[in-house]
Every structure is written in structure tokens, then in C-alpha cells.
Design a protein around this ligand. Sequence first.
Ligand SMILES: Cc1cc2nc3c(=O)[nH]c(=O)nc-3n(C[C@H](O)[C@H](O)[C@H](O)COP(=O)(O)O)c2cc1C
Length: 169
Amino acid sequence: MDIEQCIKQRRTIRKFKNLDVREKILSKILNAARWSPSSRNQQPWNLITVRNRQTLKKIGETASSGSFISQAPLAIGIVMKNADQPLMDAGRMLQQMELMAWSLGLGTCYVTFSPSEREKISEILRVPSDADLITVLPFGYRMDSLERKGTPRKKVSEIRHEEFFTLED
Ligand SMILES: Cc1cc2nc3c(=O)[nH]c(=O)nc-3n(C[C@H](O)[C@H](O)[C@H](O)COP(=O)(O)O)c2cc1C
């Protein structure tokens, strides 16, 4: 799949086929993460791959905006340690994973945690206290009908400022 197609077609996926994600496919997703850029090339990421059904269920029950994690065949916990810019590095890395997954027929969804959810899920995944759990991304093969509705985008003319920041009338 070409990069433009992949970027334009990608959608957040919250429903997955009941199909395992094989190690070879997972390896491609993890390698996409590995090749991400990071501040001072610190590569400060730790990726926890979770397939255990009980663990996925517990995470899904804890994450109020990510209950669908319970139904995913796989999830990847993103943990940053000793990072200058953890959110920026994690964001760039998880987008690479998402696009690689999409090109292979899979999908994912970023899940936001409240502070207390983050604490509980960090405990479930045994994240050490000197590291930060950013999110847990569920991965699975996407259903044939995509969630295309409800995610319109602004036009370029609405986000572009030419030469300097211009205020709308
Ligand atoms: C930082 C961030 C946080 C998000 N948090 C959640 C979430 O907690 N639960 C959820 O179902 N979707 C979440 N999403 C998915 C967005 O709702 C989705 O990306 C957006 O509506 C655009 O749709 P699209 O990804 O299909 O293009 C999040 C996305 C981002 C980038």
C-alpha cells in the first residue's frame, strides 16, 4: 500500500475480527516502532505485548474509554523510560505502528487513561515506578465495514496560515 493511500484510508478501529495476529505480523509492527525517530536518538520506549485474555479483559474493564481492549486479540502497552520528550517520541512511534498495522489489514485505537486508570493498568502490566505508561493500543484485523463516518477533516485552507499567523474574520 502506498504511503498516501495508507495515511488517507487509516481510521481508528475499535472492533476486531476473531483472528489471531501472528508473530510475523507483530514483528513488522514492532519493527515499525523501532525505526521511529526520537529525541537525541534515546529510543526510550518499552513495548509490552499482551495476548493473555484475562489481562486484556482486566485492562478493558479498567479503561473507561477503551472497553474494546477486552475483545482485541493483542494489545501493546507503550511505556517510556528516561525520555527527554516522552509524549512526542511515543506519538511518533505509535503512529508508525498504526500505519504499518493498517497496511497489513489491521487496525488500532489510541486509548486515553485517567490518572487512576493509568495507575491501575500500570500495576496490571507491572510497569516500574520510574517509567510512564502512555497508553495501551489494541490491535486486530479490522472488520470489512470501516468506521468512516464521523471523522471529517478540516480543509487545508482552514489550517494553513500563509507567511504568518492570521486571525479569522
Ligand atoms: C490523543 C488521542 C486520544 C484518543 N483517545 C481515545 C479514547 O480514549 N477512546 C477512543 O475510543 N478513541 C480515542 N481516540 C481516537 C479518536 O477519537 C480518533 O482518532 C478521531 O476521532 C479521528 O478518527 P480516525 O482516527 O478514525 O481518523 C484518541 C485519539 C487520539 C489521537
